[in-house]
Design a protein around this ligand. Structure first.
Ligand SMILES: [Zn+2]
Length: 316
């Protein structure tokens, strides 16, 4: 792996071999700026000639793949692991605040009208992903003369992911067409508890994968349970509760696909603001599943990039 080089004035130059970096350092012609990624700054004037470096970004919901290439070689590659615990942390903050309000504390000025949302607002969990993606690319741009950014954004057809044969009007006719949700669930589970089979008593709508564990409100994640079963199941999934046949009704979540779709506009906009609209190109990839082949921006390099990756960089 090459070392990154900054000019005397701090402009990124082309990366150099470890040997040359070592010689410069020994001769006192450079100093170490960062160790990770290894970057040196020259203390003598150079011409400042650079080759254009292209950065490829493959956006994702859990990880983001980044590679920087010159005409002939890959000079940087990383897989960034995105935060997935924002929701949990915000919930905790909310609980602390709630607690604080019932305590006797010093006077705090009241807060109101501070909940405005600007256009393009994203939920904090998604905004964190946007920022981490942009931050990772800015890091690359701080050590390499980045000329162009290629963003690969997935465009997910969530309906097709569930039903590959779907076409035309079927897109308008969802699972619940002609039903109310409660009616649909009663019909689906034959008006009895999905777990003990009891009927003729009050049934509750129940999440197969609990909300607290990331389960959604989709009809496929809902089942019916009597009160005792619901209480006993608590925070467990149906499998953990011992009912894999109920779990089988829950379809694969579409959360990751939706996250990528929601995040892409903001990511591209941020790159355009930072690097200029002409420097950013977008590759649209139609994806039918989240695990489909991921990055095609650099067909020659990506397989290498994925397989040769060192340990994850760090959590942003
Ligand atoms: Zn029951």
């Amino acid at each position: 792996m090459k070392g990154f080089v900054l000019s005397r004035s701090g402009e990124p130059l082309m990366p150099t071999t470890p040997r040359r970096a070592r010689l410069w350092l020994k001769a006192g012609k450079a100093r170490v700026l960062h160790r990770d990624p290894f970057t040196i700054q020259l203390s003598f004037e150079t011409t400042g000639y650079t080759q254009p470096v292209t950065v490829g970004v493959d956006t994702g919901s859990q990880t983001v793949g980044i590679a920087a290439i010159t005409k002939s070689e890959v000079v940087y590659q990383a897989e960034v692991y995105l935060c997935t615990d924002i929701t949990k942390n915000l919930l905790q903050r909310r609980q602390y605040r709630r607690n604080r309000r019932s305590r006797k504390t010093r006077y705090r000025p009241r807060r109101f009208a501070n909940r405005r949302r600007s256009p393009g607002w994203l939920p904090p969990s998604l905004w964190a992903k946007v920022e981490a993606t942009v931050k990772a690319v800015r890091l690359v741009a701080s050590v390499l003369p980045v000329y162009q950014i290629k963003v690969e954004v997935g465009s997910f057809d969530t309906q097709r992911m569930q039903n590959p044969e779907i076409s035309g009007l079927e897109y308008h006719q969802g699972q619940l067409q002609g039903y109310h949700l409660r009616e649909y669930l009663l019909q689906k589970w034959q008006r009895c508890c999905s777990y003990c089979g009891a009927s003729g008593l009050q049934l509750q709508i129940e999440h197969i994968v609990p909300k607290a564990r990331g389960g959604s409100d989709r009809a496929s994640n809902l089942a019916l349970a009597c009160l005792p079963c619901n209480l006993r199941k608590g925070n467990q999934t149906a499998v953990e509760f011992g009912f894999p046949q109920v779990q089988a009704h829950a379809q694969a979540p579409l959360k990751d696909a939706t996250h990528v779709s929601s995040v892409k506009t903001a990511v591209v906009q941020q790159f355009r603001d930072l690097f200029g609209p002409d420097q950013v190109t977008i590759t649209m990839a139609m994806k039918r599943s989240t695990s489909a082949s991921r990055c095609s921006t650099f067909p020659n390099h990506t397989s290498m990039m994925r397989s040769r990756l060192p340990a994850p960089l760090e959590k942003w």
